[in-house]
Design a protein around this ligand. Structure first.
Ligand code: DX5
Ligand code: ZN
Length: 219
């Protein structure tokens, strides 16, 4: 099965956001991954609601919004109104995660839970059936262009086992440092969705790079 591809707009040229979104529109990308950083949960600030609206205005692909922010509950409705189809919140930022997931669903969006590299997948055991995807961080969140953390493969396998054991249909998304070398191994371990930022936008031909990611085979 080919992976779903979610290029991260964080790595795009923000001065030409319309052009960059149109490149993704004409590619085989399945989603546009939108990274929101608040300078509190992560040590970087990206952009917020108006820029998400601007991306949505030109996008022909669904927006997969990754909230790297504290108190995400306060902003769910605003991001949904800005065009988010999928809203992922961080496990580490949500003391009442089940309630937050319910709130995302009540807005008509798909609910994702992102986990940092040190967070064990087993902590999702009692919420896995209620969520649409797990966004597994394969770098420490906050910056694009970082090196992929190798421990991710075993986390993906363990998460896949957990999903199957619970009879859930939750998708596994991998976020950070994804490229053509690690993508086949990630798929074999059980990944469904691959986020790719710098690998796509730093390449000479982003459309062709997305095509290559889409065509990867399991190893
Ligand atoms: C990291 C972000 C990622 C990032 C991926 O904090 O959540 O989505 O943009 O970028 P690359 O593919 O360059 O690691
Ligand atoms: Zn992300």
């Amino acid at each position: 099965m080919s992976p779903l591809i979610a290029p991260s707009i964080l790595a795009a040229d923000f001065a030409n956001i319309q052009k960059e979104v149109e490149i993704l529109n004409s590619s085989e990308a399945d989603y546009i991954h939108v990274d929101i950083m608040d300078g509190v949960f992560v040590p970087n600030i990206s952009f917020g609601i108006p820029v998400t609206e601007a991306i949505h205005k030109h996008a022909k692909k669904p927006l997969d919004v990754h909230l790297m922010i504290v108190n995400p509950d306060n902003y769910l409705e605003a991001f949904r109104n800005a065009g988010a189809e999928v809203i992922s919140v961080h496990y580490e930022a949500c003391p009442h995660l089940h309630r937050t997931v319910q709130a995302i669903h009540s807005l008509g969006a798909k609910a994702g839970v992102a986990i940092n590299p040190h967070t064990p997948v087993e902590l999702l055991s009692d919420v896995i059936q209620d969520i649409d995807l797990v966004c597994m961080m394969s770098v420490n969140p906050g910056f694009g262009g970082q090196k992929f953390i190798e421990n991710t493969y075993s986390k993906v396998s363990r998460l896949k086992d957990l999903i199957l054991a619970k009879g859930a249909v939750t998708k596994i998304e991998i976020d950070g440092g994804v490229n053509l070398i690690n993508a086949p191994k990630l798929m074999t371990a059980g990944a469904d969705i691959l986020v790719a930022g710098s690998f796509v936008f730093s390449s000479d031909d982003p459309i062709q790079t997305i095509h290559q990611l889409k065509r990867i085979e399991m190893v």
